[in-house]
Design a protein around this ligand. Structure first.
Ligand code: 5BU
Length: 242
């Protein structure tokens, strides 16, 4: 939020690109207009730890936290080891996502992963999803929030940005103590590919989101910098009017 307030943006960039070179270029293009950088490290085709450090350094240049959308889902001890491995997520990610499906101990497993390298990070639990037909029912959402409320490692929840009523229902349940970040937002597209759904970013913020996760709306735009600025403005104005 310090970064968000300094830059006047609630945009979390979903940097879904295939090479580290493209990632670094995009980060420098849109860095002034975004508040955090979300990655899928396992979609990067030319991954080496060395080249990844360039992505991390580029993010730090723009005061961005690194948010690896890993969606951990295994039992606690395996999630802990998966924080290491070839991508060594624990060594560079400040925030990761996790499903609640395997039980509440996944959160402690992830925290133990950071602990091994003397780092501390935060977990976003998936309380809702933006994709159609997902299995995250109301009861599942409630159990997810109960887990998050009981853990100092959980800093917030992923909500469904494509449906403002779902975001406001989530906000009511969560209260003000944790964050809600929402994917499934786009300024123009009504529908995404392969089951993705979209809503308007200002409506997601109006309904209670603290951050909007935007991917193709920015990296797929003809002018990513202008697009990032437009999302930043829409998100910040929506926050001010909320
Ligand atoms: P898009 O290009 O703005 O549709 O990308 C959305 C991003 O948010 C992408 O990286 C997804 O992995 C991520 N996402 C999502 O779309 N919906 C969800 O419910 C969750 C994550 Br959780």
């Amino acid at each position: 939020m310090e970064t968000a307030a300094a830059k006047g943006t609630l945009v979390v960039l979903a940097a879904d690109l295939a090479t580290t070179e493209e990632l670094v270029r995009l980060i420098h293009q849109v860095g002034p207009h975004i508040a955090a950088l979300k990655t899928h490290v396992d979609m990067v085709e030319d991954f080496t730890m060395e080249s990844w450090h360039e992505v991390v350094a580029a993010a730090h240049t723009h005061d961005l936290m690194l948010f690896e959308d890993r969606k951990f889902a295994d039992i606690g001890k395996i999630s802990k080891t998966q924080m290491g491995g070839i991508y060594d997520i624990r060594s560079w990610a400040d925030i990761v996502t996790a499903h609640r499906v395997s039980g509440p101990d996944i959160v402690d497993g992830i925290a133990a992963g950071w602990d091994e390298v003397q780092r501390i990070g935060g977990v976003f639990l998936l309380a809702q999803m933006s994709s159609r037909g997902n299995l995250l029912s109301e009861g599942y959402t409630d159990a997810t929030i109960a887990t998050g409320a009981a853990s100092p490692h959980v800093l917030g929840y992923i909500g469904n940005g494509s449906a403002p009523d779902e975001v406001s229902s989530l906000r009511k349940k969560v209260g003000e103590g944790k964050m809600i970040w929402t994917p499934g937002v786009n300024l123009s597209a009504a529908e995404g590919v392969l089951g993705q759904r979209y809503g308007h970013p200002a409506e997601a913020i109006g309904a209670g989101a603290d951050g909007i996760i935007v991917g193709s709306g920015i990296h797929g735009a003809a002018d990513p910098e202008a697009a990032a600025a437009a999302y930043a403005e829409a998100s910040w104005n929506a926050l001010l009017s909320r």
